[in-house]
Design a protein around this ligand. Structure first.
Ligand SMILES: Cc1cc2nc3c(=O)[nH]c(=O)nc-3n(C[C@H](O)[C@H](O)[C@H](O)COP(=O)(O)O)c2cc1C
Length: 67
């Protein structure tokens, strides 16, 4: 499926300070978005501590945004 490769991957630390680094989606399936990252990045540490995340994307060809 054609898709926008870059999305903002939003996490927050324990006090709630947000972070939104760009990640590249490797695969998009019906119920799964796949990306890779090094385990020492802030996003990786924060997912371990709190798996609630948000992805920000805008895909005009699909009429889709956000999640
Ligand atoms: C276009 C673009 C694509 C990127 N793709 C990834 C990616 O797929 N995975 C990743 O870990 N970082 C990616 N990065 C780097 C991250 O945005 C970020 O700077 C880095 O991973 C450190 O993340 P942290 O804030 O979680 O420590 C990308 C950056 C750009 C500009």
């Amino acid at each position: 499926m054609a898709h926008a490769a870059s999305v903002a991957f939003v996490t927050a630390d324990e006090p709630g300070r947000p972070s939104a680094p760009t990640v590249t989606l490797k695969r998009v399936e019906d119920e799964m978005l796949v990306f890779t990252s090094a385990l020492w990045t802030r996003k990786a540490r924060e997912i371990v501590a709190d798996p609630h995340v948000a992805l920000l994307f805008h895909w005009p060809p699909l009429g889709r945004q956000g999640t």
